[in-house]
Design a protein around this ligand. Structure first.
Ligand SMILES: [Zn+2]
Ligand SMILES: [Zn+2]
Length: 308
């Protein structure tokens, strides 16, 4: 329904002022509804986050009142430089961004993972990594909608908060730029692909969405048993995203160097893993990633041993 279809007679609220039937100049329209700045749920962003069915989802915060500009229809018709134009009302931005966030499939346990919460954790436990945050901030501020953007891979031993940082970056890209993104855990992705194949879905039906999404974040790159078939799949995803100049993010426990032929590490000695990312995903994939992405190393102490 366009705002013009809404006559005072149909209005459910007696208090609502009559709606003008003539199309007015855009400058004369009332401002769009915004969130309450002091809202304790959304901190004035207009977006509320929660965990649902193991995933992190978002919706527009209930502090946003009915929109005086579009009467919650979501569209505005007005004169712009004397011409009639119809467009999406600004009040819809939190709804659109919340929808993109919910579609990103971020795990529910990372609902509170933001760059702010990451910074707080670093300041407390691993201030030597603050330089990493500066590199990430620089990378984020260079990021532009609609242009070719370099990817980013966070690497380092387990327990340094790599997934938290990766989620925080994805969240910020979605909320700041309104860019569609998808978060996947590497072994879970391989499992999904395998079950998709066994259900008779074509490879393209499974892989194409992972190529078309503007931002793909792969957590725990190189983890798992890695059969030849799985390596073929990861090679296909990375090669096609490379050819499409798409922005790929990731995290990995493995040093981003070429294959050494080393055997997998003893589970008790993960901090001195002799295998490289090249050993895990193959040198071809590694070389593509090195061309597409910046790499930042997270060192420091294991957050998880501190928090136990
Ligand atoms: Zn709110
Ligand atoms: Zn509106």
């Amino acid at each position: 329904m366009s705002p013009l279809d809404r006559s005072p007679v149909q209005s459910p609220s007696k208090d609502r002022p009559p709606v003008a039937t003539a199309i007015v100049d855009i400058a004369k329209l009332p401002p769009a509804a915004t969130a309450q700045r002091d809202c304790s749920i959304c901190n004035g962003t207009g977006i509320e986050f929660r965990s649902e069915n193991e995933l992190s989802v978002a919706r527009r915060c209930r502090c946003v009142p009915e929109c005086p500009r579009c009467l919650d229809s979501g569209t505005v018709t007005a004169l712009v430089n004397g011409e009639v134009r119809t467009g999406r009302c600004r009040c819809q931005r939190p709804i659109d961004r919340a929808r993109l966030y919910s579609a990103a499939q971020i795990p529910g346990r990372y609902t509170q993972a933001t760059l702010e919460s990451y910074t707080q954790g670093l300041l407390q436990h691993a201030p030597e990594n603050m330089g990493v945050l500066e590199e990430v901030s620089r990378w984020m501020s260079d990021w532009r909608v609609g242009q070719e953007n370099r990817g980013l891979i966070v690497w380092g031993p387990v327990g340094r908060g790599k997934t938290h940082l990766l989620v925080a970056i994805v969240r910020d890209l979605i909320l700041r730029h309104g860019v569609p993104a998808r978060f996947v855990e590497f072994t879970r992705l391989l499992g999904q692909l395998k079950s998709g194949y066994s259900e008779g879905r074509s490879g393209n039906a499974i892989i194409d969405p992972l190529i078309q999404i503007p931002v793909l974040a792969i957590d725990e790159l190189g983890k798992g048993r890695l059969t030849d078939w799985e390596l073929t799949i990861i090679d296909e995803i990375i090669s096609r995203r490379y050819n499409a100049l798409a922005c790929t993010l990731g995290s990995t426990n493995f040093r981003p160097e070429v294959a050494t032929g080393a055997a997998p590490a003893n589970a008790a000695l993960v901090d001195i893993n002799p295998q490289t990312l090249g050993d895990r995903v193959g040198d071809r994939v590694l070389s593509r990633l090195q061309e597409m992405c910046d790499f930042v190393e997270l060192a420091g102490i294991d957050f998880r041993t501190i928090e136990q």
